[in-house]
Design a protein around this ligand. Sequence first.
Ligand code: HEM
Length: 185
Amino acid sequence: MSGIHHMLVHFPLGFWTLASLMILVGSFSNGRLAEISREAVLPVLVLSLLAAAITIASGFLVWPVEAALSSPLARNHILTALWSLGVFVMLTILVWRAGSNAFDGVRRLVLVVLALTGMSIFATTGTIGGHLVGATTEFSEVLKLFGWDVYNTFYVPIWVVALLVLIGLMCAVAGLLSRRSNSTT
Ligand code: HEM
């Protein structure tokens, strides 16, 4: 059964890579390729979410949750898989809601920052998957330079979580205020 997960992982990783590259090309270049990238990124993002949902489900169906959660490496793998999904859900909602204006002004910057963040997180997910099957790569050495050994459970102090929640709330309030001021002008 584990072969199913090994096969499925290529789909979210492929679609996430393609969507991120389309966002970068659509943001930093002009011409036909950039135009196609901007127009076609939404269906690619939607496919990536579908592929990720199936792949994550396959992980939980193939390996019992108790077994997966008892290993720091597998815990980190699940954590980064869910984070990747979260980032690409955000990107999909932003591109969908903004429609043809998704790449205008400061929105473009938000898409680029999220795409780069997503790329580094899904690369980490794949790297940890490699460690789980004994195929290690140098990418985990890069993570070590940032202070994280993938064999230890990823940990952030509670004050960092609180700060992140606060930043999220501030962004939501700023968004609501700017929407209100736009609708009154
Ligand atoms: C989008 C989500 C996910 C991606 C992209 C992903 C990616 C990967 C990759 C690239 C591998 C290495 C496979 C190979 O080299 O053939 C792997 C292995 C593995 N993944 Fe995932 N994974 C995801 C979600 C999950 C989840 C939710 C679980 C939950 C239990 C999980 C559990 C595992 C385990 C246990 C292995 C080792 C397989 C083995 O020993 O045969 N993965 N994953």
